[in-house]
Ligand binder design. Structure first.
Ligand code: SF4
Ligand code: SF4
Length: 362
């Protein structure tokens, strides 16, 4: 059995009574080295872009095909995209996430983006290879074994097809999304990916607004996911990119917004600072709407545990975590994992924390 939130919280409280100065926390040379390593990337400023409304499959529970964005009219002109991304660079964006629906359908547009801003990631189902000339991280979505993918995503032989396209590709990270239904299958899938030398990270199915289907998590399925993730992290320390704090943050009974208060414009009431000011989520017609802008629009905020959301929501909360060595190490592991998953050329370090730590205040 894995520790419940109550167990983790009690331990964290008893260990965090002293008031720590930041300089004292940095006296540990491992902490100092990791801090120096991650802070070099604080210049990253992201925005996300729906590259097309088209996708070559249809998955149950896809947030892209919820809400209005799916009805926008695709702009297929690479020059228009180039102009947009150049303007994005001018307003301070240094990192792009190319997503919904399926970016591999429009490689020429992805190429235009890469030529203007060379740091970024593409979220893909992995069924169509994205040209090697596009040097972004490639996040390949995995929703279970082949039988589950056939049922939920309507795609046959998915893992082998993804593998044919991305085995040995240093850009590739396989993102296993835990739903309520596929928790035990993660063992066989991660073993398969490890055997083929692939890197895996984890995601939690976060329900689109209005979805009440069988993929939605319960408190029990979150605890089951928690123990499975932890076992896989221990079994495959080199090929699974995750940390104990990632596990706690993403399988907590409270959503990421409840735990950390989401800073994307869609939920950020201040709207004047940080992500609330800089982040935009563009639709495939190159328009954007502040009130809908977050990395996973049309996801239910009260159920949001999405890995893409956590990257910005948790990493943005450095000061809260710098309260004592334990929470700061946990936060450093989270940021180190985030950078390894999202930034080409960043190497994941060994996790500093070898046990779960409660989010500050919980
Ligand atoms: S592959 Fe992605 S965009 Fe396409 S239907 Fe599935 S979840 Fe939606
Ligand atoms: S869905 Fe998640 S990332 Fe988007 S606004 Fe809500 S809490 Fe933030």
């Amino acid at each position: 059995m894995y520790a419940t939130e109550n167990d983790i919280e009690i331990k964290s409280r008893t260990q965090s009574k002293k008031v720590w100065k930041f300089s004292e926390i940095l006296e540990d040379p491992h902490v100092k080295a990791r801090w120096e390593k991650v802070r070099k990337y604080f210049f990253l400023r992201e925005s996300t872009y729906d590259m097309t409304t088209r996708c070559n499959i249809r998955c149950e529970g896809c947030y892209y095909y919820e809400g209005e964005k799916q009805y926008s009219v695709d702009n297929r002109n690479p020059e228009a995209w180039r102009k947009l991304i150049r303007a994005e660079k001018e307003r301070g964006i240094t990192y792009v996430v190319l997503a919904g629906a399926e970016p591999s359908m429009v490689p020429q547009l992805c190429e235009a983006c890469f030529q203007e801003i060379p740091l970024g990631a593409i979220a893909t189902n992995g069924l169509k290879q994205i040209p090697e000339s596009i040097g972004y991280k490639i996040h390949i979505s995995v929703w279970g074994n082949d039988e589950t993918s056939r049922r939920i995503r309507g795609a046959e032989n998915m893992l082998n097809r993804q593998m044919d396209n991305y085995k040995g590709d240093p850009r590739a990270v396989f993102v296993y999304t835990f739903t309520r239904e596929n928790i035990d299958e993660a063992q066989e899938v991660v073993q398969f990916l490890d055997k083929h030398g692939c890197k895996t990270t984890f995601n939690i199915f976060s329900t689109p607004t209005g979805y009440d289907g069988k993929l939605r998590h319960t408190e029990n399925s979150l605890l089951h996911t928690r123990s499975t993730m932890t076992a896989l992290m221990k079994k495959y320390p080199d090929s699974v990119w995750y940390s104990h704090y990632n596990v706690v943050a993403h399988t907590h009974r409270f959503s990421l917004h409840d735990l950390y208060s989401c800073s994307y414009p869609r939920m950020n009431v201040s709207k004047g600072i940080g992500l609330g000011r800089s982040f935009r989520q563009y639709r495939s017609d190159l328009t954007w709407n502040r009130d809908a802008s977050c990395c996973v629009p049309d996801t239910d905020c009260s159920d949001c545990r999405h890995y893409a959301a956590g990257s910005a929501v948790v990493t943005a909360r450095m000061f809260r975590h710098a309260a004592n060595p334990r929470t700061f190490k946990a936060w450093l592991d989270y940021v180190d994992t985030y950078l390894a998953v999202w930034v080409v050329g960043y190497d994941k370090g060994k996790n500093l924390c070898d046990e779960p730590v409660a989010p500050p205040g919980f």
